[in-house]
Design a protein. Structure first.
Length: 119
């Protein structure tokens, strides 16, 4: 089985997160300099989610694959999202990573809450 990519990975991650109690606010939020795969709400917390599809190899984990540069882009995009919604002081936020890992015919979903912090 090959790696699940793009739209399909985001759909599977979104379904997984909704099943686990999150509400999806936005998909593929784009702005100058960044993109956020999924924006969700977990009770009163806004959750910015990076979706990663990984093959079962010995290379970097999903968390490690979100480089410092990628984190900075996500933080910038999240800031713009919050400004656009006028939520800058209303809700706490966090950054999660959802990794879909393929190994032969099996798929494992890893949800890393608070994968990195802003600042």
């Amino acid at each position: 089985m090959s790696i699940i990519k793009g739209y399909q990975a985001e759909q599977l991650a979104g379904h997984f997160l909704t099943k686990n109690g999150l509400d999806i606010i936005a998909r593929n939020y784009r702005c100058k300099g960044g993109e956020i795969d999924l924006v969700c709400r977990d009770k009163n917390t806004v959750v910015f989610v990076e979706v990663r599809s990984r093959a079962a190899t010995g290379f970097a984990s999903a968390k490690e694959s979100v480089t410092l540069t990628k984190q900075q882009r996500l933080i910038r995009a999240a800031h713009l999202f919050l400004l656009e919604k006028k939520w800058t002081e209303s809700y706490p936020c966090r950054f999660d990573v959802v990794a879909l890992q393929m190994k032969q015919e099996d798929m494992k979903i890893e949800w890393i809450k608070d994968a990195f912090i802003c600042g």
